[in-house]
Design a protein around this ligand. Structure first.
Ligand SMILES: NC(=O)c1ccc[n+]([C@@H]2O[C@H](COP(=O)([O-])OP(=O)(O)OC[C@H]3O[C@@H](n4cnc5c(N)ncnc54)[C@H](OP(=O)(O)O)[C@@H]3O)[C@@H](O)[C@H]2O)c1
Length: 237
């Protein structure tokens, strides 16, 4: 079913994980998808994995002038998804302030800068990615929860300011993506197993679970100002 036939879609953070899965799903529904991120090699690899179904653009959400120039050159998109972030995490009293500021700059201000610069067609949408820690704080990731809550509030406000462009947030629980590649294979497998056992859904989240919700938000004309949790029940566990 090509419900996005001919629609121009940008996925910022589309070279990996949730963004990559979303780009693949959106392209599968007929959209002309561009994936954007900082690393050209990661972009090329993701494009190859998609079988050539997506285009690529090098873009850094930290660079506001670069974002302005990109959107001026590209013109309007029908739909923009922002999944880009790189955030250090840790207890407030242990995480160095410089890392805390960098995390907020990457995930919150990165999305803010994209929202500010993007040109989105009437009837289009902007979808941000937050995370379930925004509603279920963890004592070892307090900042991450605060960033996610700020993003969700940003999206609700933008749904008013940018109307009739729709603005929504998808809030994932723990998802098996390259975000977790910083720990050993063994430690990661053990962590995923523990998480799956604790969750009501009794499984670890996959990028496709979140991509599915992103497609719902992009393609549902009545959805705006919404936050969709896709967390295996993590927020209630
Ligand atoms: N995985 C989880 O368990 C989980 C849970 C809750 C929430 N989330 C959230 O979901 C989002 C996506 O996470 P993920 O798991 O898919 O992570 P991921 O696999 O590490 O992907 C992150 C993507 O963001 C891009 N990126 C990072 N910084 C960027 C920047 N400054 N400008 C442009 N692109 C940038 C990366 O590409 P480059 O390196 O090429 O720039 C990559 O494509 C994040 O906001 C994350 O916090 C994830």
């Amino acid at each position: 079913m090509n419900k996005l036939e001919g629609k121009k879609v940008l996925v910022v953070g589309g070279s990996s994980g949730i963004g990559e899965a979303a780009a693949r799903e959106l392209a599968g529904f007929g959209a002309e998808v561009t994936i954007a991120s900082r690393d050209p090699l990661k972009l090329q690899a993701a494009a190859a994995r998609s079988g050539g179904a997506v285009r690529t653009a090098v873009l850094d959400t930290a660079n506001d002038a670069g974002l302005e120039a990109f959107f001026a050159a590209q013109g309007e998109f029908d739909h923009v998804v922002v999944s880009a972030a790189q955030t250090a995490s840790g207890p407030v009293r242990q995480l160095p302030l410089v890392d805390a500021y960098a995390a907020m700059n990457s995930k919150f201000w990165g999305a803010y800068r994209v929202a500010r610069a993007a040109r989105i067609a009437e009837g289009g949408s902007l979808t941000l990615v937050s995370g379930f820690l925004g509603v279920r704080p963890s004592k070892t990731s307090v900042l991450q929860g605060a960033i996610n809550a700020a993003l969700e509030s940003l999206a609700r406000g933008l749904a008013l300011e940018l109307s009739p462009v729709r603005v929504n947030t998808v809030s994932p629980g723990m998802i098996a993506t390259p975000m977790w590649s910083g720990i050993s294979d063994e430690a990661r497998a053990a962590k995923f197993e523990t998480v799956a056992a604790r969750l009501p859904a009794r499984r670890m989240g996959q990028p496709e679970d979140v991509a599915n919700a992103i497609v719902y938000l992009v393609t549902t004309p009545y959805a705006t100002g919404s936050t969709v949790l896709v967390d295996g029940g993590g927020a209630i566990a």
